[in-house]
Design a protein. Structure first.
Length: 364
């Protein structure tokens, strides 16, 4: 009898797995991107106006560049931040909060914690602070070199919200682990997971030698979300058409070092063409961390063009020297309707002791 029970349990489990695989196939056919859609455009950002001063490190400005950046929530409540210019070699521009930003009242809001730019003493005495103010591109390059040299492992909460085509997906919250060597990423989607519940990518760990294209060779291990997880762990190309429909960035572009590499790459291309606008905006706080804010404008046309975005607001952590938030837009106006991508790192722990066990697909 115990043997019969074991046989029945095995058959039932296999039947459920087959059912889950069929449901998974149907889901992929119906929606290749398999991301949670959000009919209402939402940007969890305070309403702020940052006034630029005369101090600028821009190359030749791109056409249509604006001297003001405006972020507005659904009810147009605004907090105004005045930025005062001073000698970039000695003192940073001081950020002064005039009003208090209000959270969006939009029915589609994810009610995430509102980031703020808070008043900070205008002090910039170290070399990096001066470089960020006088030459942001050189600062990006130095910070990228520093990040590569540190090769730090860490855990964090990664929040992202992206526009795919004409649709902005719901904000996703991900518990993430990152290991520099070998390059390894673990994602656990804890809010709005879409199809994938957990994902592990290790460079060159799983490779499809018979892939039709080189970019399809690298694979990741995926545990589908919810009941579909019974299908087990699947191997999927990290740069497949399905991945492109699921997000603007691939999993092998995750992390501080890769984020800085992308900032340097596209800023340098625009700089070489004489179309880069890259300007230091001031210092303040972003979700409790001291940051420098840099505004970048690129000659973005659309998602099929060379450049990834028109406007990027880049928040560089003053202590860690990494971008803890990047907000990108398809026009000069940083308003919710123009959002391309929002990427934020919080709860960062650089003391994480990560091992192979943290990136074991059998554990997900």
């Amino acid at each position: 009898m115990p043997k019969d029970k074991a046989t029945i349990a095995t058959r039932l489990r296999r039947s459920l797995q087959v059912l889950a695989v069929l449901m998974l196939a149907v889901a992929l056919f119906a929606d290749p991107g398999c991301q949670p859609k959000n009919e209402t455009v939402v940007l969890d950002e305070p309403a702020v106006i940052i006034k630029e001063s005369a101090t600028s490190t821009s190359n030749k400005p791109t056409n249509g560049s604006s001297s003001n950046m405006t972020l507005m929530n659904a009810d147009d409540t605004a907090a105004k931040i005045a930025v005062t210019s001073s000698d970039p070699e000695t003192t940073a521009r001081q950020v002064t909060v005039v009003d208090t930003p209000q959270p969006s009242t939009d029915s589609g809001s994810e009610n995430a914690t509102q980031p703020t730019i808070a008043a900070q003493p205008a002090v910039a005495t170290n070399t990096m602070a001066a470089l960020v103010q006088s030459d942001p591109l050189a600062a990006f390059k130095q910070l990228h070199a520093d990040a590569m040299a540190k090769s730090a492992d860490y855990t964090c909460t990664f929040t992202k919200q992206e526009r795919i085509g004409d649709t902005i997906n719901k904000q996703q919250v991900i518990e993430a682990k990152f290991r520099a060597e070998p390059y390894s990423v673990y994602f656990h989607f804890v809010e709005n997971p879409g199809l994938a519940g957990k994902v592990i990518y290790i460079k060159d760990k799983w490779v499809d030698e018979d892939a039709s294209e080189p970019e399809l060779r690298q694979l990741c291990a995926v545990r589908p979300a919810g009941l579909l997880g019974i299908a087990g762990v699947l191997k999927q190309p990290i740069r497949s058409d399905r991945a492109k429909k699921a997000g603007r960035r691939f999993i092998d572009q995750f992390g501080f070092e890769r984020g800085l590499e992308l900032l340097v790459r596209f800023s340098q291309i625009a700089s070489d063409e004489g179309t880069l606008s890259l300007e230091y905006q001031g210092q303040g706080e972003f979700k409790g961390r001291p940051v420098w804010l840099i505004k970048r404008l690129l000659p973005y046309t659309d998602d099929n063009g060379v450049y990834p975005d028109r406007l990027a607001l880049i928040y560089i952590d003053q202590e860690w020297g990494v971008p803890i938030a990047i907000h990108t837009f398809r026009s000069d106006s940083p308003i919710p309707e123009e959002l391309l991508g929002k990427y934020e790192y919080t709860n960062v722990n650089f003391d994480a002791k990560l091992s192979d066990a943290d990136f074991d697909p059998d554990s997900i």
